[in-house]
Design a protein. Structure first.
Lengths: 304, 342
C-alpha cells in the first residue's frame, strides 16, 4: 500500500487563490495599518488558528480516501481557513467601517463552512457505522489502532491479551463457556526461505482474510506472532470449537495460493489446538494453548 | 611475558564488513515493509549504491545503526526473527557453499565457529559439550549495547532455522537468554517453541548429545573439502579473523589460572593501559567486566563439563579464599555458587 501524496494540491491551490483574491479586495478598499497600530497578540493567536486549520486540512486529505465525505469535510475546513485568514489579514489592513460589507469577508463564509462541515461529519458518522460492521470478528468492545498488527489488518498480541481479559470476566459473569483456538501454518519458515519474506507476508495477509471468512460474527481473531493466529470463541463448547478448528484447517488446506511473481502453486497446511477457559488468567491460558500447539506439532512431525 | 597478539582484531569502528552480506539482507527486508531507503540509511553514512559495490567495507558501528533504524522504522517485533531466517547459510561466498554441504550438525557448528567473522560478525559463537549435552553460546564481539536482543534473536533463529532446513528435522533445542523476558514473548513461543528461559547466565542453545553426529540428507563429502579450502582463502583476505573483544576473551581464557590485570594484558596486546581502556570504553565495557565474563563462563564450563565443585573452581580461578570467591561469583552472576551449582 503506497501512501498518498502528502497534500492534495487542488484544495490548497484553490484556497490560496481565494485568500489572495480576498487580500486584493481588502487591499484595494482598505488601508494598511501603521506598525504601531498592530495588535501583535491578535496577530499571533489568529495566525496560529489559521495554521492549525491548515494542519487539520492536511491531515484529513492525507489520511482519508477521496470521496463524498472527504470532499464535504475538506470544503468545510477550507471555508474555515479562508474566513480565519481574512480575520488575520484584518489585523494588518484597516477596512473603513462606512463600508457596508467591511466584515463580510470574514463572517459570511463561516456559517456555510460550518454547515458543510456538519453535513460531512454526519456522513462520516454513517461511514464509521458501516466500517465497524465490516470490522466485526476483528474487534470487540473497543477500538485501539495502536494495538493493530502492523502487517495484517487484525489485532496483535497486545490487543488479544486485553480482549481475553474482558472475555474471561464476561463469560464468568454469564456462565458461558469460552473456547480458544490457536492455528499455525506448517513449515511457514520454509515458505519464507523458498519464496522470500514479501511472499510470506502476502500469504499471511490472505490467510488471515480466509480465516475471517470462516468465522462467525461473534468470534474474534488476532495474530499472536509470526504465522500463529488465536481465535476467541464466545459461548462455545468444546465440540463446537473442535468442529470450527477442523473447518479452519480444511479451509487453509484447500486454499490455492499462487506466488505473485512466478504463479507457482504453494501448498499450505495448518495445525490447530483448542482449549477451554477454566479458572486460569489470560496469560496462563495463552501459554497453555501454545504449549498444546507445540506438542501437537512435535507429534505430527514424529508421525510423518 | 612477550607480546603475544601480533595484530589487533577489528573494532566497532573498523571498516571490515562486506555490505552486500548481512547488512544487505537487512536493507532488503526493511524496504519490503514500505520503509523509505532515505529514512533507513539516515545517520549510517551509507548510500544504497554501497550495497552493490564489491570493494566497499562498512564498520560494525554502521551495521548497528542500520539495525537501530530498522527496528525504529518497522516497529515490528518479528523483524529480527524474519531477518535471522534469511541469514544462514546465506550468500557469503565459499563459506555459504560449504555450509550447504555439511554432513552433520557438528560440522555445521565447526564451520560457524571457524568462519564466524564472515558468518556472524557481531556475535561470536563458541561451543563445548559434556556427556549429555552440547552447548552453543554467543558472546558480543563488538559491543552491540542496545541492539543485543535483536542480534541474539536473529543470530539464534538464523542458526536454528538453517539446521532444521538442512537436516529436515526439528531438534529439541533449549534456549537460554541472559536478558529479561521481553514484552513480545509470543514471538519467542512461535519462533523458538516453549523451551525458553530468561535471566540465564549466557545466551546459549542446548541440545542432547545424540543429535550432533546424526548424518544429514544433503551432505556432499567431496564438494565440501574444496569449498572449505576456498573458504580459508576467503578468511585470509578478511581484515582480521577475530574482533578485538574476541582476542581479549580468548587471551583471558587462556591465562585464566594466572593472576591477570589491565597492565599485564595491555602489555601482551602491545598497547598502553590507557589506550586499552579507551578501546574497551568504545565497546561499552571495561577490563573488569571482560575478566568477570570469562571467569563466569569458565566457572560454568568447569562445573558442567569437568564436574568440579565450588572449592575446585575457586582454586582454578586463583581464589585463595572461598568467601572472596562467593562474593565475586555473586557479582558476576547475581546468584551464589551454591545455587547455580546445586
Amino acid at each position: 500500500m503506497k501512501k498518498r501524496p502528502f497534500l492534495n494540491t487542488s484544495y490548497f491551490s484553490g484556497l490560496l487563490l481565494t485568500v489572495i483574491t480576498g487580500f486584493t479586495i481588502m487591499r484595494s478598499w482598505g488601508e494598511v495599518k501603521s506598525i504601531s497600530a498592530i495588535n501583535w497578540l491578535d496577530v499571533m493567536s489568529e495566525g496560529g488558528m489559521v495554521l492549525l486549520a491548515c494542519f487539520w486540512l492536511a491531515l484529513l486529505l492525507r489520511s482519508r480516501p477521496a470521496g463524498r465525505v472527504t470532499q464535504l469535510l475538506a470544503l468545510g475546513l477550507c471555508g474555515i481557513v479562508f474566513s480565519w485568514s481574512m480575520d488575520f489579514l484584518d489585523e494588518f489592513i484597516h477596512m473603513p467601517s462606512t463600508l457596508i460589507w467591511h466584515n463580510w469577508l470574514e463572517s459570511m463564509p463561516i456559517p456555510f463552512a460550518l454547515i458543510l462541515l456538519s453535513i460531512g461529519i454526519y456522513h462520516w458518522h454513517q461511514e464509521e457505522i458501516a466500517i465497524s460492521a465490516q470490522m466485526v470478528k476483528r474487534e470487540r468492545y473497543f477500538r485501539e489502532h495502536r494495538l493493530f498488527d502492523k502487517l495484517i489488518p487484525i489485532g496483535g498480541a497486545a490487543y488479544l491479551k486485553k480482549q481475553l481479559k474482558l472475555s474471561l470476566s464476561e463469560s464468568k459473569k454469564q456462565q458461558q463457556p469460552l473456547a480458544l483456538i490457536a492455528i499455525d501454518l506448517d513449515d511457514f519458515n520454509v515458505i519464507n526461505r523458498l519464496y522470500g519474506v514479501e511472499e510470506g507476508d502476502h500469504i499471511l495477509q490472505l490467510v488471515s482474510q480466509l480465516l475471517l471468512l470462516n468465522l462467525r460474527d461473534e468470534d474474534l481473531i488476532c495474530r499472536l506472532a509470526g504465522d500463529r493466529f488465536i481465535i476467541l470463541l464466545h459461548n462455545t463448547n468444546e465440540t463446537e470449537a473442535k468442529q470450527l478448528s477442523l473447518d479452519l484447517q480444511n479451509a487453509v488446506a484447500s486454499f490455492a495460493y499462487r506466488t505473485k511473481t512466478h504463479h507457482q502453486r504453494v501448498y499450505l497446511s495448518a495445525t490447530s489446538a483448542i482449549t477451554m477457559a477454566k479458572t486460569d488468567d489470560s496469560d496462563s491460558l495463552i501459554k497453555r494453548l501454545n504449549l498444546q500447539l507445540s506438542q501437537l506439532k512435535q507429534r505430527s512431525l514424529a508421525a510423518s | 611475558m612477550a607480546k603475544l597478539v601480533k595484530t589487533l582484531g577489528y573494532e566497532t569502528d573498523t571498516p571490515c564488513l562486506v555490505p552486500h552480506y548481512q547488512p544487505a539482507v537487512l536493507v532488503e527486508l526493511t524496504l519490503s515493509r514500505d520503509v523509505s531507503d532515505y529514512h533507513l540509511l539516515k545517520g549510517t553514512r551509507l548510500k544504497l549504491d554501497d550495497f552493490e559495490s564489491a570493494d566497499k567495507r562498512i564498520s560494525p558501528d554502521q551495521y548497528l545503526s542500520l539495525i537501530r533504524n530498522c527496528q525504529k522504522l518497522t516497529e515490528a517485533d518479528d523483524i529480527s526473527f524474519l531477518y535471522g531466517q534469511r541469514l544462514l547459510p546465506g550468500f557469503y561466498g565459499a563459506v555459504s557453499q560449504a555450509l550447504q554441504q555439511v554432513t552433520n550438525l557438528r560440522q555445521a557448528i565447526d564451520i560457524l565457529c571457524d568462519y564466524h567473522v564472515i558468518l556472524s560478525p557481531l556475535y561470536t559463537p563458541r561451543y563445548y559439550e559434556n556427556g549429555e549435552e552440547l552447548f552453543l553460546y554467543w558472546t558480543d564481539s563488538t559491543g552491540s549495547h542496545e541492539q543485543h536482543a535483536f542480534i541474539i534473536e536473529s543470530t539464534m533463529s538464523a542458526f536454528v532455522s538453517m539446521v532444521s532446513w538442512l537436516s529436515g528435522e526439528k531438534m529439541p533445542w533449549q534456549y537460554e537468554f541472559s536478558y529479561d523476558e521481553p514484552e513480545y514473548i509470543e514471538q519467542y513461543w512461535v519462533n523458538f517453541g516453549q523451551n525458553i528461559s530468561f535471566k540465564q547466565q549466557m545466551n546459549r542453545l542446548r541440545l542432547p548429545k545424540q543429535f550432533p553426529d546424526k548424518p544429514w540428507p544433503n551432505a556432499f563429502k567431496l564438494g565440501i573439502h574444496g569449498a572449505l579450502k576456498e573458504s580459508d582463502k576467503q578468511l585470509a583476505e578478511e581484515y582480521s579473523q577475530y574482533s578485538f573483544l574476541d582476542q581479549l576473551y580468548e587471551y583471558i581464557q587462556l591465562h585464566i589460572n594466572e593472576p591477570l590485570n589491565l597492565d599485564k594484558v595491555s602489555f601482551a596486546f602491545g598497547v598502553s593501559p590507557a589506550s586499552m581502556k579507551r578501546k574497551l570504553k568504545k565497546h561499552h565495557t571495561s577490563f573488569q567486566q571482560q575478566l568477570d565474563l570469562v571467569r563466569k563462563h569458565t566457572a560454568i564450563y568447569l562445573y558442567e563439563v569437568q564436574q568440579m565443585n565450588s572449592q575446585q573452581i575457586a582454586e582454578y580461578l586463583c581464589f585463595n579464599d572461598m568467601n572472596n570467591f562467593r562474593r565475586a561469583f555473586k557479582r558476576w552472576t547475581g546468584i551464589s555458587p551454591y545455587h547455580l551449582f546445586a
